[in-house]
Design a protein around this ligand. Structure first.
Ligand code: G5X
Length: 504
């Protein structure tokens, strides 16, 4: 039953080889190179640079395969690139990937979509980045990275192995501001991205505070929630607001309340969307919407059920899960996704931070702040939304995408459950984006430690070809899920994670 072995050594591709990303040796292990931009041909070692690509007309950035230099690159981009740790060989291998990563990165940080960090739990995104370089003028950010690893502090509940610090190490690194949502035009016809088209795309007029409030007035409850709820205690804080626990006076039930300042929301449509969608949705694997209120001049409070077990992030960073437990969590998440996708909702920010646990092992998907409602006619989106490390390649490379982006992210989350963190978390964020776009399906640190059926499950989730990637319903039939342990087997993990957290 116990499959947790010793700590896996660092990942070759993203961690050990090239920690600072300055040497050119980092691509030696990358065998599977997929050209993610339209044509699906394999790129060999020898760079095969096709110059007449669309974006050249708009961006005017060229690449000279002989010098290995980009031409006509904006100074800000050149600066970022210089510090990115993307090697010369990598530039040659996938110059378009570099451009895509830069487009993505700058679009998400320099005001185009304006920075929208939303809620993130302080537990995970604690420390300040220690990597220098990226905080240039052009880069606003940069926030949240995981907290510094703690030395193993001895005893933890009997049979729960603490996650060894080696695999927890992701401190002091600069991470992309988690979740981002930039362009406002979903399903826009523009598939080619460039600073030029990007500017155009987002010309869609933003909703003003008063428009948003007028709209919200029609959907929220009337009244003063401070008369209904008491004992508010903060449990989370992010750029877009605060999450508190509270007690409903009439029922003595505990709830969670997400308190958002409307004027500080970069994408105000999304908060309306979150309420409209969640009002309609009820599922045992989804955190239940309870109520919402306008409070004071411009605050929106969203009341929801409270889960006391904390997030799956706490568990994956502090403990080692076995395959039975991973299968159980995966199944519960897939049930949520099957339901959402059947109801034409894409979550778009699946990651362990957004999986909440009940003390007896319930698993519930939360934070629909970035979800999208699709229709049969408009079933594709192109907004860049999500958290980079979990993003499907089709999102990073800015193609049109659908519900299967959630399946990819679930695959990345399954890697979190194995390794404690998503691939490339320690990379310079620009390089991480490049690697997602270039490498496609990430490699495991210690594949030999996983069962064949689990690896197959991961392969199905992390399939580059969206058409071939399985949907939630199909994946629920996967043999790996038959390994599921009872949900009650999660309780010791939750307790162990809480205990560990108490020590640091
Ligand atoms: N333990 C919940 C949310 C869910 C559907 C509309 C966002 C946090 C944090 C957060 C902690 C909770 C909630 C309940 C626990 C959050 C949301 C959401 C919705 C209905 C609202 C953030 N960042 N929680 N129990 N934690 O710390 O989209």
């Amino acid at each position: 039953m116990d499959e947790r072995g010793p700590p896996p050594p660092p990942r070759v591709a993203s961690k050990s080889g090239d920690k600072n990303g300055t040497s050119a040796s980092s691509d030696k292990k990358e065998k599977k190179i997929v050209w993610p931009f339209g044509r699906k041909n394999q790129v060999k070692d020898r760079p095969e640079i096709s110059s007449p690509v669309d974006f050249e007309h708009t961006v005017h950035v060229g690449f000279d395969p002989h010098t290995g230099e980009f031409t006509g690159m904006p100074e800000a981009w050149a600066k970022l690139l210089l510090n990115s740790g993307i090697s010369a060989a990598e530039k040659k291998k996938n110059p378009q990937g570099v451009i895509k990563a830069l487009e993505f990165y700058t679009a998400n940080s320099s005001g185009i979509g304006d920075g929208e960090t939303k809620f993130m739990t302080a537990q995970r995104y604690g420390g300040a980045g220690s990597r220098p370089s990226l905080s240039s003028d052009t880069f606003t950010p940069l926030a949240p990275v995981r907290p510094a690893p703690q030395p193993p502090s001895g005893e933890s509940p009997p049979d729960i192995p603490p996650r060894p610090p080696a695999t927890k190490k992701s401190d002091g690194k600069i991470a992309l501001k988690p979740p981002i949502a930039t362009t406002s035009h979903d399903a826009s016809s523009a598939n080619q991205a460039s600073p030029a088209t990007e500017q155009k795309r987002q010309k869609k007029p933003k909703m003003s505070d008063s428009e948003v409030i007028a709209h919200l007035k029609q959907i929220v409850s009337v009244g003063d929630p401070t008369r209904k709820y008491t004992k508010m205690e903060k449990i989370g804080q992010g750029a877009s607001g605060t999450v508190v626990t509270a007690m409903e006076i009439s029922t003595v039930q505990q709830v969670a309340i997400k308190q958002m300042n409307i004027s500080q929301q970069p994408k105000k449509e999304l908060i309306i969307n979150e309420i409209l969608v969640m009002k309609e949705i009820k599922h045992p694997n989804i955190v239940n919407y309870v109520d919402s209120y306008l409070v004071g001049e411009s605050e929106l409070w969203v009341v929801m059920e409270y889960l006391a077990g904390g997030s799956l992030t706490d568990v994956v960073t502090e403990t080692c899960m076995n395959e039975g437990q991973i299968a159980a969590v995966s199944r519960e998440c897939l049930q949520a996704l099957e339901f959402l996708h059947a109801n034409q909702v894409i979550h778009r920010d699946i990651k362990s931070d957004n999986i909440l646990l009940g003390m007896d092992g319930q698993v519930k998907l939360t934070d629909f702040g970035f979800c999208a409602q699709i229709t049969p006619e408009q079933n594709k989106r192109s907004t860049m939304v999500g958290t980079p490390y979990w993003m499907a390649p089709e999102v990073v490379t800015r193609k049109q995408y659908g519900p299967k982006v959630d399946i990819w992210s679930l695959g990345i989350m399954a890697i979190e459950m194995v390794e404690g963190e998503p691939p490339y978390l320690n990379e310079n964020p620009l390089r991480a984006l490049y690697l997602i776009a270039t490498n496609g399906t990430p490699e495991l640190q210690n594949p030999e430690k996983l069962s064949k059926t689990f690896k197959d499950f991961l392969t199905q989730c992390l399939e580059m070809d969206v058409e071939k990637r399985k949907g939630a319903t199909e994946l629920l039939q996967h043999p790996f899920l038959r390994k599921s342990a009872p949900l009650s087997s999660l309780t010791p993990l939750i307790l162990a994670a809480k205990e560990m957290a108490g020590k640091h």
